[in-house]
Design a protein around this ligand. Sequence first.
Ligand code: GLN
Length: 381
Amino acid sequence: MIAFQSKLPQTGTNIFTVMSALAQQAGAINLSQGFPDFDCPPELIKLTNQAMQQGHNQYAPMAGVLPLREAIAAKTQELYGATYHPENEITITAGGTQAIFTAICATIHPNDEVIIFEPAYDCYAPAIQLMGGVVKRLELEPPDYRINWNMVRRLVSSRTKMIILNSPHNPTGTVLQEEDIRELINLTHKTDILILSDEVYEHIIFDGQPHRSMARYPELAERSLIVASFGKLFHITGWKIGYCMAPVWLMNEFRKIHQFNVFSVNTPMQFALAKFMQVKEAYLELSDFYQQKRDFFRAGLESSRFKLLPCAGSYFQSVNYSTITNENDVDFAKQLIRENGVAAIPNSAFYNKKTDFGILRFCFAKKQETLAKALEQLLKA
Ligand code: GLN
């Protein structure tokens, strides 16, 4: 026998993989893992083919192809009034998850404390633990999942190195409000606390609310690593391309890790994205596009026994099922696959203690007919 100690002994296969596999086995409609069931704009594929035919098939520069970094800088300047230099403050990554992992790897030393808010996306805590960091969790509660900043202050210590934020939020669909930003500015003022801001759903935000990117607030931007994703933006989650923005001193550290982790990201896609981003509607119309889907899905569920939670952004709708059963959320999610042919994510998966409020998350990034069919089956629950 070879003696071996796991680096993540408590970790199994992640919930998205598990639920997607169960959905597939059962032939259920998969509203669990977050990805669109419709294709990306054909123009994007054409541009990628073109880039390949033009011979853009070797390594991209380590930080990403310059035209793409320039396009990102221009968008960030225009939308958030912030200057990020394409040369040294923006890096193209192999998706949001890699950017998050690299950001944590580049900044967290053993025993550094990192504050996260639960329900939390599943990749934050393992990355912190792998670096020897200590995860400090604050559990948020439905239906509004507001951050109690007094509780955050109590979690802060001299070892606090980072706070991880995610707005619009996966899984709850909440978005940071102006007062959250004020609290965050006060809390971090004159400290060395960094912010890792997961903003992958920045362009999926509803009812005319602005996206409060850390980039908008100089006091926060100066200590923030901001992570974004083209997968969510252009319906290409399988391309695994995103990016990270940070002030130059932080980006230097980020790149030290990035170069040994992935080195660089798929070249032809980057050229295609750089061109495609010139059409601003492609991302500016995304909120309207998904708001229609959100409204359709919510309207359909009104007459079901599920209780809708608010959804201000992201492509996830949470529901409370306590009028149907008091089963735990994992069992109920499995039952829903078996008996109603619809897969969802049990929200306890986003809590370390598996805190179960009887809530499921549905992904509504789906064709109209998929949502209609799912609703028909959910009404029978
Ligand atoms: N972000 C997707 C979700 O929340 C999952 C991505 C993944 O499977 N790692 O469903």
